[in-house]
Design a protein around this ligand. Structure first.
Ligand code: DX5
Ligand code: ZN
Length: 215
């Protein structure tokens, strides 16, 4: 069984990005989650390549890049070149998801698609054979620190059934409002990767918090 924690660097202290990244590097988290926002697809702007480069310098861990941008095709290759092991774009942000998946794979990374809370996972049925990962947003994308949307449980279970029925190796990741209070249930419901921002970085002991999420 796969149980991965991917701390979202959006909640890190950018004044001490090097310190916070090294702290995650020394933790039980296997991945590092990078949230890229363009102010168009979501009503917020986060960071881009230079910040990603700084994070890469401080940790060799697997970089899980979550693109909340319009026209992701324009930048997929550059994110892979910047060190992304996985690039996830939004289903709602492109007219040709298959082409975007191909571009990511040709550039040498794993490919993921994310769905917003209002987008049913069923739209991904025909794409599952090509996808390394599906990211279910359990909050409206754009900001950390929001509450988990309860309707996400059904989406996880439905997607788990779809993946198991087809026998695909596709991973399920969930992002938004995840903490030690729901992590065990989320893994049990069929998630493979949990993203957590505020729960990790606002904890008095982030490394202990990550361990707690894996219990
Ligand atoms: C929100 C981002 C998330 C965010 C999660 O749009 O995709 O990765 O950082 O933050 P928390 O864990 O605080 O909900
Ligand atoms: Zn994210």
């Amino acid at each position: 069984m796969i149980r991965i924690i991917s701390p979202s660097m959006l909640s890190a202290d950018f004044g001490h990005l090097d310190r916070d990244t090294r702290m995650i590097d020394a933790s039980a988290a296997e991945w590092i989650h990078i949230d890229v926002m363009d102010g168009v697809f979501v009503p917020n702007i986060s960071f881009g390549f230079p910040v990603m480069k700084a994070i890469r310098k401080a940790s060799p861990k697997f970089m899980d890049v979550h693109l909340m941008i319009v026209e992701p095709e324009k930048y997929l290759k550059r994110f892979v070149e910047a060190g992304a092991g996985l690039v996830t774009f939004h289903y709602e942000a492109t007219a040709d998801p298959s082409a975007a998946i191909r571009m990511i794979k040709e550039a040498g990374a794993k490919a993921g698609i994310s769905v917003k809370p209002a987008t049913p996972v069923e739209v991904l049925e025909s794409l599952l054979p090509e996808l390394d990962l599906v990211l279910i947003m359990s909050v409206e994308p754009g900001f950390g620190g929001q509450s988990f949307i309860e309707g996400s449980w059904d989406k996880v279970r439905t997607l788990r059934r779809m993946i198991d029925r087809g026998g695909y190796p596709t991973l399920i990741e969930i992002d938004g409002g995840v903490s030690a209070s729901n992590s065990a249930q989320l893994f049990d419901a069929g998630c493979d990767v949990l993203v957590a921002g505020s729960a990790v970085f606002s904890a008095p002991d982030p490394k202990a918090e990550i361990l707690k999420m894996l219990e």
